[in-house]
Design a protein. Sequence first.
Length: 488
Amino acid sequence: MAASLWLSNVVHNADKDGAITIPFHSGILAVITTRRSFLSSALATGTALTSTRRAFTADGPAVVRDIGSRRELFVDRFLIEQEKGTQLKLHDPQLTAAMTEPADNMEYGTVIKDGDLFRLYTRDGRGAKADGTEPEVTRYCESRDGIRWTKPKLGLHELDGSKDNNVILHEAPFCHNFCPMIDARPGVANEERFKALAGTVKSGLVAFVSRDGIHWKKLRTAPVITYTKEYAFDSQNVSFWSESEQCYVCYFRHFLDKKLRSVCRTTSPDYLKWTEPVPLKPNFPGEHLYTTQTHPYFRAPHIYVALPTRFHPDRGESTDILFMTARGDGPFDRTFREAFIRPGLDQARWGNRSNYAALNVVPTGPNEMSIYTTPFRRFVLRTDGFASVHAGADVGEMLTRPLRFTGKELAVNYATSAGGSLRVEIQNADGKAIPGFALADCRNLVGDAIEQKVTWAKNSDVSALVGQTVRLRFVMLEADLFAMQFVK
């Protein structure tokens, strides 16, 4: 029963002084004199909303998750086993004011944070009548803060009779979808620190390398990835070194069953020899997915974030941007089906090719990360803030799957209202509170922090539990839990 309905039923039992006698399921009677004392009692005991684990709604079998000291975001149900009164909530990126010193307008764009430098690469179609034709060029911009951009005059390629431009590539068909990345593979040669894939279905995807991200050459003349089962490669095709999989990964566009725009996946040990592409089929019925923009999240690289454009051919060819995730070679998670970024009030964003996200979500401040979209707009979210475990005005709980960890302290990225709170209980594998780490021992967290240590009975040290199978029970009120990590 929802807490608000349950409370409204027992309010009628108030005595002449306004006190409420509440029969807990455990058989204990409690006298609550105010809303504040009611909520305090509910959070302290946990019995007001749930007395046993049977009160939860189970979500799959109890699988032990070995998370080590990795940061885990609540963007899927990887860690969630049971919930009551909480739900996964997708958060809305906030559009910032128009930049006074913008980069070039994006078509297919990539934003890379390289130390203190932001690098932007984008296609400029220059009126091209077809994909992969001579007018197209690849332009380069850079910034020190992700907000004020410059367009360096590189002098590399003559365009309209002048080399006074920021063009880094002018070679058909590769400028249609040239998509670079920084190679994070340990020991990569300096001259190949930057890599890129580009090409069309006719040329296949050709690999490029660069020492500085500006001067590029082909890794070899022949394509490294080909695909002939159906039309493919006709938008941005992304690649990266996967720390978790220890290989290169490429996600590319194809036509699923020759009907729906969709995505294939292939891997490589060396960026030259790639496995047979596998169609991932993340589409819902009738759904077209353009550029997936899949990439490792910068604070949790074992989680791949994807920002595909959803195409609506029967709605004036309008588009919006979705949010998906994947873990390693697993399928895309479609927990969130609704649009992540809507077209909005600008009527120019309600047409075809009007809403593409640039590849990569990047940090633009200690508490902020940015998403860039066409033509050149910037949206912001709090760090780790794609989604959260959310509790509203009624106390809610979330119980994790059994897990093992390494580390000394538990840190959470969370936010509450002024009247909200969050507490954590550590349970053993059987669901019983571990002495010293029970809910009643946990200091009430009220506030907003990207990294907040959890403390029990004035002690935050959980190292004695390393290697044991445990569960975390979160009890929340008007709160969001974005991420958690056991830190050393």
